[in-house]
Design a binder for this molecule. Structure first.
Ligand SMILES: Cc1ncc(COP(=O)(O)O)c(C=O)c1O
Length: 390
């Protein structure tokens, strides 16, 4: 089946956070701006997912649900075929989203006041989740050189020993800088974490979306030694545009760690799945390969279009070329604007809603993040609005 990602689908008045709720997060000026911010896609999901949801809806009874074997099989099969990762059923725990899962992981495995390391600029709920739970954020800032981000291993070692860090939250691939970390990079990083006896939480929600020539390495699949100290957070939600269904899988190979997480989630009664989220995830994993292939091609074309357009028409903005994720990190420092001024430049003057770089922590000021999982028409219009101002 050939999917059409090019024809716009009207999302206004659909309770979409991205299209109808931007003002709630970005302020009043965002009300009428063209939204290319929060990370969901403007694309309709695979036909099989819609059919599976319709089937479930037609049954007409939505009582408490269990997780069937077929659900576990779909997750296991996806991880096996895409990442050569042999996941065991008993490693998989439900969570109503990755961010809720992260908050629970932080609470289950660390104590108030403990230090947790992250790599800014990074997905801002990492820092928020740490701080909101009264833990300390330790920043191991990424290094930027020649428009490419890399890990500062020396700083990581120093931070681990100086702050007595207990947990490390990895973004793999990295939102917003778009790096798909290589096996060598992850191995070096993992060895430092393990030497310091630190639990690694690898958020791999963006794993499936990679551009030509790149593929994600599952952190826990590097070695059994790594697996025993790793909690992998996965979901079909970014890949197949299911974020509103609040369904994620937290995969924990180490039985002892798994029990700790299970006990914590049981206490909060959070292990019960959402019937629709489960059905959609299973259908996506079982039947979504062709859709994913096509959406990745469309995203690659969007990226190529953006790179060409910015290069030809926009002065003062340098694109950090992503290797994965459908989020593109734009270096706007040459525009010479402060964080707040850049926000207003985009929102008020250009009329486009992006995610402001400073939200992503140290190193984010002067940058902005654009979501290219939209029609070419939307992307072209957003870029045109900026081009006329530069
Ligand atoms: C790295 C990362 N983790 C988690 C999430 C959100 O996950 P969830 O909606 O399952 O809480 C996002 C959304 O953009 C993300 O980029």
């Amino acid at each position: 089946m050939k999917y059409n990602f090019d024809t716009p689908i009207d999302r206004l008045d659909s309770t979409s956070f991205k299209w109808n709720g931007a003002h709630l997060f970005l302020g009043e000026k965002a009300r009428n701006a063209l939204p290319l911010w929060v990370a969901d896609m403007d694309f309709r999901v695979p036909r099989e997912v819609i059919d599976a949801l319709k089937n479930t809806a037609d049954h007409g009874i939505f009582g408490y649900s269990i997780t069937p074997d077929s659900y576990y099989d779909s997750v296991i099969s996806w991880m096996g075929s895409h990442y050569k990762w042999s996941v065991k059923r008993e490693w998989i725990y439900h969570s109503p989203g990755i961010v809720p899962g992260l908050n629970c992981i932080i609470n289950a495995f660390t104590n108030e006041g403990d230090a947790i390391a992250i790599q800014p600029p990074v997905y801002y709920p990492f820092a928020n989740s740490i701080a909101n739970n009264s833990r300390r954020v330790v920043n191991n800032c990424l290094k930027l050189s020649n428009s490419r981000y890399t890990i500062d291993y020396d700083d990581l070692e120093k931070k681990f020993s100086t702050y007595n860090v207990k947990m490390f939250i990895l973004c793999n691939p990295h939102n917003p800088v778009g790096r798909v970390w290589t096996k060598d990079e992850l191995t070096k990083l993992g060895n430092i974490c393990l030497k310091n006896n630190i639990i690694v939480v690898s958020d791999e929600i963006h794993a499936d979306i990679t551009f030509n020539g790149f593929s994600t390495t599952v952190f826990a699949n590097i070695s059994d030694y790594f697996a025993q100290k790793t909690i992998v957070c996965t979901s079909a939600s970014k890949t197949f545009n299911l974020a509103g269904l609040q369904t994620a899988n937290i995969i924990i190979p180490n039985k002892k760690l798994g029990n700790i997480f299970n006990n914590y989630m049981t206490r909060l009664n959070l292990l019960r799945p959402n019937i629709f989220g489960q059905v959609a995830t299973q259908a996506a994993y079982n039947f979504g390969d062709e859709w994913l292939l096509q959406v990745k091609n469309y995203l690659q074309d969007n990226l190529d279009f953006l790179l060409h357009f910015v290069n030809q028409n926009i002065k003062g903005i340098n694109v950090i070329k992503p290797e994965g994720t459908y989020l593109v990190w734009l270096d706007c420092r040459d525009l010479g604007l402060s964080g707040e001024e850049l926000k207003m430049f985009m929102l008020d003057r250009a009329g486009v809603a992006f995610d402001d770089g400073y939200l992503f922590g140290p190193g984010g000021e002067g940058f902005t993040r654009i979501n290219i999982a939209c029609t070419r028409q939307t992307l072209r219009e957003a870029l045109r609005r900026i081009a006329v101002l530069t």
